[in-house]
Ligand binder design. Structure first.
Ligand SMILES: [Zn+2]
Length: 253
């Protein structure tokens, strides 16, 4: 169920143990071949699958579609809010959901720049509201081992706008993928301990703006993206998310 498609009395009639998903994403550059909405469309795609498979057992909030993307602003079109703003927005939304008595909130994140501040939110807000089950899942972390088996482009290939995001977008919104704009991998090497991608994060978090990581705004290898892989990624991620949601609703009973 979608929160904003119900009436107020319908929301009021719901079992408060139902898990509530808050999708958080970004509006930012994804190179020359993917649209600015990529992260939001991917997050909403997983939500649609969850809604179809868990009908009536999950409640999906409207997306927070602008996240922490300062490091992308060298590329036109990227929108960003400050970390403090993002934290405040999540807190205000959670206050509403908690205020109506819901007991389980899963933040579903589809943007790298939201990971650290999202985790901070869970720690700050969770500590202050012990009656709430609060969790954050970032889609490429939730089943990283299984996703690793789909990786064909090797280390550094499944990064921003790379193999995995391109596969998902070919599945979700092929009309928005500019196939003729796909360029060869252009990752700028850095110190060995700071190398990483979505699947194998770096051992040390060295700050680099996106333009320093890649002159074309793509970190990884989009040419390895396929619709088939997009379907497999979807199955793996949705299966893992389903388990988390079902487990969360058990926690509060
Ligand atoms: Zn992305």
């Amino acid at each position: 169920m979608y929160w904003d498609q119900l009436t107020s009395p319908q929301v009021d009639a719901l079992d408060r143990n139902i898990p509530v998903i808050l999708p958080v994403s970004a509006t930012e550059q994804h190179g020359a071949h993917l649209p600015l909405a990529t992260d939001r469309l991917i997050g909403e795609h997983f939500c649609r699958q969850l809604n179809a498979q868990l009908s009536g057992q999950v409640l999906i909030l409207p997306s927070v579609g602008i996240g922490c993307s300062e490091h992308h602003k060298d590329f036109a079109g990227s929108l960003s809010v400050q970390h403090q703003t993002f934290l405040q927005q999540l807190s205000d939304i959670a206050d509403c959901v908690l205020g109506y008595g819901f007991k389980n909130i899963l933040i579903l994140n589809s943007h790298g720049g939201n990971q650290a501040i999202g985790q901070s939110f869970v720690e700050i807000y969770g500590y202050r509201h012990p009656q709430l089950n609060l969790a954050i899942a970032t889609w490429w972390r939730i089943a990283a081992e299984a996703l690793q088996e789909l990786n064909e482009s090797g280390p550094g290939g499944a990064g921003h706008a790379g193999e995995f995001e391109t596969s998902l977008m070919l599945l979700i919104a092929p009309d928005l993928v500019q196939l003729d704009q796909i360029q060869p991998k252009a990752n700028v090497p850095t110190l060995e301990w700071a190398e990483g991608d979505m699947l194998t994060g770096p051992r040390v978090g060295l700050y680099r703006r996106m333009k320093e990581m890649t002159p074309i705004g793509v970190y990884g290898d989009p040419s390895a993206g396929t619709v088939e892989k997009g379907k497999k990624i979807t199955d793996i991620v949705v299966q893992a998310l389903k388990q988390v949601l079902l487990d969360m609703s058990q926690l509060s009973q």
